[in-house]
Design a protein around this ligand. Structure first.
Ligand SMILES: [Zn+2]
Length: 148
């Protein structure tokens, strides 16, 4: 749980960190009178202007924009991973093992259903589930729920 929280915080921090240089670059372009609608002018601006990090080291603004984009993608990937984990946990806790009986040959087998899925089928009033092939008699049947 702690690990999941920290990966979400890291994802959020990375997304904000990635946005900062992009906003800085766009603000820089805007104050230089570049219209964002004029993509070729913006593109030229990114390649002809320099970002100074001191010690005589500088690089084109386009690299700053690319770096920001990569950091944002990493941040969003971390946030997305967290969301998927929550969904997996929800599925596991809702999962029920249901004993089904073939109405033709009385063969019994177990299947996993989500609790919400059972409710959507009208269980417990409706104990017959959707049509499927019985493994024992190979006939199509609407098996009966005989136990959870
Ligand atoms: Zn059967």
């Amino acid at each position: 749980m702690v690990a999941q929280n920290s990966s979400q915080i890291l994802g959020l921090v990375l997304t904000i960190l990635g946005l900062a240089p992009i906003i800085a670059v766009l603000l820089n372009a805007w104050t230089s009178g570049i219209s964002f609608l004029d993509l070729s002018a913006l593109y030229d601006f990114l390649w002809t202007n320099w970002f100074n990090i001191g010690f005589g080291i500088r690089f084109e603004l386009v690299y700053l924009a690319i770096l920001g984009t990569i950091i944002i993608i990493l941040g969003l990937a971390l946030l997305a991973r967290r969301t998927r984990k929550i969904q997996e946990v929800t599925v596991v806790t809702d999962d029920l093992t249901v004993t089904l009986e073939c109405t033709v040959c009385k063969n019994r087998w177990a299947e996993h259903f989500a609790e919400a899925q059972l409710q959507a089928m009208g269980f417990p009033q409706n104990r017959r589930i959707s049509r499927r092939r019985c493994e024992a008699c190979r006939k199509f049947t609407r098996p009966k729920i005989i136990g959870i």
